[in-house]
Design a protein around this ligand. Structure first.
Ligand code: GUN
Ligand code: ZN
Length: 443
């Protein structure tokens, strides 16, 4: 259960402005998938959505002492859901000139080695969570490092701000530098301890986190399956089929497996609440298996372009009914902004000969992400009873955005301008459980 709203005294508050949310996937349900109010009111009671509707109808129903924040002229959407990122790679962003395996060795492992120091972990975790809020992200699925204290740091930072967060200790017992290596048994014991400490505490959930198949022995993957079986409701996060050299390496290390995905499948790691980042070099059988098991994909476009990994096939995932969310994948990814990430997602789709409609892009960043995480009964839309996490987007954030939006006639056109031209500057405010958790200072 979320904590009672920490930020304000009044039990009932409301925000007024242009409001958009989703009840389904626009690629499946078309126009019926979104709800749009030009002048709407979202009512919040004790941190949860109490009502949504046109201002003309809702204002009259509010108690006399309800505080109404006037966001007219701005666009309110559900808080963004980042389904894959690494807080400990904040200082890896913009590391030049490498593809995945080189990039891990040269840049990433050295930076992650510092997270055994709780002070360092805390400093980076605080910075990272503040960045999430500044970018309108209100739920994130996050890899820590191999160190237990790195997990404590990110959960503490999120809990302090009542942010919904799924995170876990990275498990890797081979093929990584000695100082980052755990063992199958120590990783199991550490994960259990962390599950006991953090899972279902306030808005936090634990994810069993094998880094990727090449960094785990069969025994470690087997114990990941055991952790999930013994702790229902716990998540799983990992990487899958991101880079051709990585795929070849996985095949060498697990010669009996039909495919990279099959390595995880054989260890019982395809299931609901399991999220795999990248999922680029897959075949039809793999995608069918992911759909059948309720396993989700995190589409990480900025990372896939930056590391030269390949083009995610969004159409194939949609056609086969696989759950998909969007991931920033910091620090292979290059921005914490979901708007920047959607822009790159659009371009990846274009390169793959596909379209990504603005409505579907915003669906993927909100309700789609919530569905990928099986959290859509709590977040991702403004249905009554949902936790009231939302973002207020400012059409006047930059001169160019203001100019382009002046000619936008439809909500789809508006969204497209926000995702192509917007970044953290377009986030006017971020509300967590109804209360403002971030507000942009006046320029
Ligand atoms: N595969 C294994 N580890 C990582 C990581 O840290 N980032 C990315 N992008 N891919 C990975
Ligand atoms: Zn990643």
């Amino acid at each position: 259960m979320p904590e009672p709203n920490r930020g304000h005294a009044a039990a009932v508050t409301a925000v007024r402005g242009e409001i958009l949310d989703f009840v389904g996937d626009p690629a499946v349900q078309g126009e019926a998938a979104h709800r749009h109010h030009h002048d709407g009111v979202l009512v919040v009671r004790d941190g949860r959505v109490a009502a949504l509707g046109p201002a003309a109808q809702i204002l009259a129903t509010l108690p006399a002492d309800a505080a109404v924040t006037d966001y007219r002229g701005k666009l309110i959407v559900p808080g963004f859901v980042d389904t894959h990122t690494h807080y400990a790679q904040t200082d890896v962003i913009a590391s030049h000139g490498a593809q995945l395996l080189d990039w891990l060795e040269r840049y990433t492992y050295p930076v992650e080695s510092r997270f055994g120091d709780p002070e360092h972990a805390r400093e980076v975790a605080d910075f990272f969570v503040q960045e999430l809020l500044r970018n309108g992200t209100t739920t994130a699925m996050v890899l820590a490092t191999t160190h237990k204290v790195s997990v404590d740091a990110i959960f503490e930072a999120a809990d302090l701000r009542s942010l919904r967060l799924v995170a876990g200790k990275v498990l890797m017992d081979r093929n990584v530098p000695e100082q980052l290596r755990d063992t199958a048994e120590s990783g199991y014991a550490d994960s259990e301890e962390l599950i006991g400490r953090w899972h279902h505490r306030h808005r936090l959930s634990y994810a069993v986190t094998p880094r990727f198949a090449p960094a785990s022995t069969e025994r470690q993957l087997e114990l990941c399956g055991r952790l999930l079986d013994r702790h229902p409701g716990v998540f799983l996060q990992s990487h899958l089929a991101e880079n051709r050299m990585e795929v070849a390496w996985a095949a060498e290390l697990f010669p009996g497996s039909r495919s990279y995905l099959d390595i995880y499948d054989r260890h019982g790691l395809l299931r609901e609440r399991a999220v795999y980042a990248h999922c680029i070099h897959l075949d039809r059988k793999d995608r069918q298996r992911m759909a059948a098991t309720g396993t989700a994909m995190a589409f990480c476009p900025t990372s896939n372009l930056f590391l030269g990994s390949g083009l995610f096939d969004a159409q194939a995932a949609l056609d086969l009914g696989v759950r998909v969310g969007i991931g920033t994948d910091i620090g292979g990814g290059t921005s914490l902004s979901m708007l920047r990430t959607l822009d790159e997602a659009y371009k990846v789709c274009r390169l793959a000969g596909q379209d990504l409609s603005p409505l579907r892009a915003f669906y993927l960043a909100t309700l789609g992400g919530a569905r990928a995480l099986y959290l859509d009964d709590r977040i991702g839309s403004f249905d009554a009873g949902r936790e009231a996490d939302f973002v207020v987007l400012d059409p006047a954030a930059t001169p160019l955005l203001a100019r382009r939006l002046a000619t936008a006639e439809t909500i789809a056109d508006k969204l497209f301008a926000f995702m192509v031209l917007g970044d953290d500057r377009a986030v006017h405010a971020t509300h967590i459980l109804g209360a403002p958790a971030w507000r942009r200072a006046a320029p």
